[in-house]
Design a protein around this ligand. Sequence first.
Ligand SMILES: Nc1ncnc2c1ncn2[C@@H]1O[C@H](COP(=O)(O)OP(=O)(O)OP(=O)(O)O)[C@@H](O)[C@H]1O
Length: 777
Amino acid sequence: MSRWEGSRDFSRGKRNDSQRDGTSNFGHATPARGATNTSVFVPSTDCGKIIGKKGSKIRELQDTTGARIQVSRDDEADGTRKVLISGSPEAVEEAYNLIQRLAGFGGSLCKAQETDGVEDGLWNESHVGSVQNHSNDDDDIWNEAPVQTTTFTNSSRRHRFDQGDGGGHNNSGNSNWRRDENGEDQETDIVQVRSIDVGRIIGRGGSKIRELQEESNASIKVAKEENESGYVDVTISGTKDQIRLAKRLLFGCGITFTGGNDEDPEAWKFAVRSGEEVKPRPLIDWQALIKQQKEYDKNCLAALPAIVKEFYIETDHIRNMHPGEVSRLRSQKNNIIVDVEDTSVKIPNPVVTFEDAFAHYPEILREIEKQKFTEPSPIQAQAWPVLLSGLDLIGIAQTGTGKTLAFLLPALVHIDGQSVPRTSRTGPTVLVLCPTRELAQQIEKEVNKINYKGIKSVCVYGGGNRRDQIKVVTKGVEIVVATPGRLNDLIMNNIIDVKTVTYLVLDEADRMLDLGFEPEIRKILLDIRPDRQTVMTSATWPPDVQRLADKYMNKPVHVFVGTLDLAAVHSVTQKIVFVAEEDKKDKLFQFLEDMKSDDKVIIFVGKKIVADDISSDLAMKGIECQCIHGDREQCDREQALDEFKRSVVRILVATDVASRGLDVKDITHVLNFDFPRNIEEYVHRVGRTGRAGRCGNSVTFMTRNDWRSAQSLIDIMAEANQVVPEELLEMAERYKHHQEKRAAEGYGGKDRGRGFDAGYSFGGGRGRQKRDLDSFW
Ligand SMILES: Nc1ncnc2c1ncn2[C@@H]1O[C@H](COP(=O)(O)OP(=O)(O)OP(=O)(O)O)[C@@H](O)[C@H]1O
């Protein structure tokens, strides 16, 4: 028996179960003519990736694509589950691609079938209507999120009614009747409704039609096709009274219809049921409302001062560079790859010197000089001309390669160059969103290092003193560096007005999504004017961030430095140590004993409790260390980091709250005591050393439970020209065989033992990881 996750039975008790089982449960497709159904099979253990927490993912997929997506509740014999995607061919294709891009599926999806039209479906089980902001927390209806408003096309095809009605009466006639088990005459009446009203009859997830059926006790079915006049047949079956009641109820919902068996159609319209007059509700013209909203947004935007974005004055020698020279320069600069989807966007040439970018901003040049940098880093060389030209930018470059200044210096120029005087602005001009408190603080420090025209900033993060932050904000700042949670809090309390933001940075966006902050980010982005300049930076570029970028950026220029694949910084020597779980601590102590006096190490662990445990073990041994994780008080975390930075202690034990962005220059070693939960985090952890052109070392403990990660680790090590240990190769090989064996035994899904998949996983992998979340609030 095949059941669909979240699908509901909207029919009344009279339905024929045997007909529904296994076949007609597919009936939830978008009922537009030319609609397509595609079934794909995914490992049942991976269904969570598609569904997401409480259906959040599937809702989002549906919202994004307009397709309807259903996941079967039942496993196929090979351990897979069927996922039915229905909708317009474009929507289905997009949904299919997105599902495929979801971590772990990497092309392994099996596309089973594509059929035109609606498969075995009942409209009264489909989702029509354009209900937005679906916020149902009911676990059971996660895949009943609405799809786009259904549009009907003219069709001369006969109407089909796919669901049998137990009694086997003929639906096609207007006056068929039979007798039910109580001896009452059963009739069938067919009325015609306007196709635009179909969604309102059915309701979200069939809720309305179910309600109508329950109240009237009649069976109500909506045809799939409209007739040539744009009307759709609605078949109502039951006793005379039930049918009349059903019609009254329909009318009460504001649905007007024609046809039917009533001798006097007006008779029922104003009939009173239980002494209560049933009045039609006013119709909501959604199209008009949407148009109105668009108009309103346009007017709002027109009322705002225009954003000045172009500040770049290209020097002659950069402008006149021969294309060959540009290519050579890009490949010299650690292989800069530039790309833009819209070919009308002209990508400026990379700069060679700081003067090339900032000759017209001498104060900035002076600040750079103070920091004693000799030349722009590769990401800076390409990002500065792009950003100073007012273009959106996606900057992906390895850890520790100067991404902060890449977005920051153009931001300073942007702030100063706006037409509205700084003193007259009611909110910040630049917003930098980042995932962790530590990263936010660090970016703010970078901002404060550069003294440019008195531009002020504030760091807004949970755990910090809210009142102090508010005080600074209300005094007026040009730059807000924030974590999403606290920022939302301040926006909602009207303390920060982000409507004035014209330059937005999403730093380490993948980590923010990873930690589930997409809703906050989306909410914040809604408040920021859409014609802003947007920058996204990270060292890794997983599909989820790509999706966010597609939605919220305007023709962004992609600047990748190094490789498009996930890659660790090349200045770090990566070493793998194979160890049994129970021997890890001994190995760690041995490592620490061998440390030289000027070595500095950050030890990454998977859990807060392990961080505490190791710290106290070290303290017992008289080894000084500091510890940072989400359960520690903010002041303790700040003190820990500060002591580590100042080398008061040379050992920092940390969870992944410290894996991103932390810039402590003299870290010589990263020790991965626990293998990270996803491979991006490995790259970021390793990148805490070997920064800004220095060399570093990483040591990673691997246990047999980490075998899933072996292949992705091999790829990263090979890319960075590291010696890949034989044992790691064997481990990867063993895992591959294990998977093949499982597949042959009929366990189609991936093994979900401990460890994580190399891909971007949402189910058993990082999506459900026990997150060290409090650092984000
Ligand atoms: N042009 C430059 N030359 C030398 N050092 C630089 C240059 N630009 C920035 N730096 C320094 O490099 C270090 C790392 O920079 P930053 O923190 O911006 O790296 P990142 O690319 O953001 O790394 P991560 O991905 O880990 O966050 C900082 O200490 C910064 O001061």
